[in-house]
Design a binder for this molecule. Sequence first.
Ligand code: ZN
Length: 82
Amino acid sequence: MLVYSLYAPYNIPHTQIGGILMAAKCDICGKEVMFGNHVSHAHNRTRRRWKPNLIKTVAIIDGKKKRVKVCSKCYKKLRKAI
Ligand SMILES: [Zn+2]
């Protein structure tokens, strides 16, 4: 996959569009949701999840414009590459 240009992000919440849940996964590095415990002061443990910081944007991939979801790290790298 050759990504050589990226446009400004467009702001749509990455978890929900029109009530349909979307996969929280980076299209470039494959970063996904992580799971763990929330631990209170009294040491009660409840499950929680960490979502990747995804940014929706348009990238030129192999000469074609494509809408992609990328994590903030990948987005920063791509913006620098221009
Ligand atoms: Zn990424």
